[in-house]
Design a binder for this molecule. Structure first.
Ligand code: ATP
Length: 233
């Protein structure tokens, strides 16, 4: 579904992604692990189109994405839930969700919102409240729900567990698993390596802008290098 070949990205003259190759099949959950600064967020930003690439190719459902700006990639079904949630704190929960549906006709919005409320019942209870008053976990749920309002076929999730209490982390990973059941393909960037590998089909490990390791998640969990560097075992 999504194929990345030889992707390079720079900030000014400094190259931070040095030729990434990565592939995601339809219906998979694929995680990207790596330490701070490894280039995970940059990779997602290049895929969603908010950052230009210096070299390489990105293909989504057979189409070369390079000429398409971010909003057209979203229209093709590739959505991103950004790091740090970036919800509109002074708007209500419902208004935030409506913004996620800006590409779509009004008659679809209510159905999609009902669907979001089924996945995240707490958002239904708080639909009329300002999003800034939600807890961290609820704000993360809102960010994911907003990305789903566009009915993406592939969702790019940047560190959804960041800053959350362990019980909420479990809830968020559960939701990601449910998305797979709903047929949404997920590229999950995480620092919580164990949580991500437990729900992923496959994983990639980024180190200083290179893919250092990749393979089935079950194998990566057992890999001594991963256990020592990322799982603290
Ligand atoms: P984190 O988990 O901390 O978000 P990351 O793996 O997502 O890390 P990136 O944020 O993609 O890593 O950063 C990759 C490299 O690019 C780092 O060396 C970082 O310092 C650098 N970098 C990121 N954003 C910028 C920017 N706006 N300008 C210059 N350099 C940047």
């Amino acid at each position: 579904m999504l194929k990345v070949e030889g992707l390079r990205a720079r900030y000014g003259r400094i190259e931070v992604l040095h030729g990434i190759d990565l592939e995601i099949a339809s219906g998979e959950i694929v995680c990207v692990l790596g330490a701070n600064g490894a280039g995970k967020t940059t990779l997602l930003r290049c895929l969603s189109g908010v950052q230009p690439i210096a070299a390489g190719k990105i293909t989504f459902r057979g189409e070369d994405l390079r000429p398409l700006p971010a909003h057209r990639r979203l229209a093709r079904g590739l959505a991103q839930s950004p790091e740090g949630r970036q919800i509109f704190t002074n708007l209500t929960v419902e208004e935030n969700l409506r913004l996620g549906a800006w590409l779509h006709a009004d008659d679809r919005v209510q159905t999609d919102m009902d669907h979001a409320f089924t996945l995240f019942p707490v958002l239904k209870q708080k639909r009329a409240q300002a999003a800034g008053g939600l807890s961290g976990g609820q704000q993360q749920m809102l960010a994911i729900a907003r990305a789903l309002m566009g009915r993406p076929s592939c969702l790019l999730l940047d560190e959804p567990s960041m800053g959350l209490a362990p019980i909420l982390v479990d809830q968020i990973f559960d939701v990601v698993r449910q998305m797979k059941a709903l047929g949404v393909t997920v590229l999950l960037v995480e620092q919580n390596a164990y949580g991500a590998l437990r729900i992923a089909d496959r994983g990639y490990v980024l180190e200083t802008g290179h893919v250092a390791l990749s393979g089935p998640a079950a194998g990566l969990i057992e890999n001594p290098r991963i256990r020592e560097a990322y799982l603290g075992l």
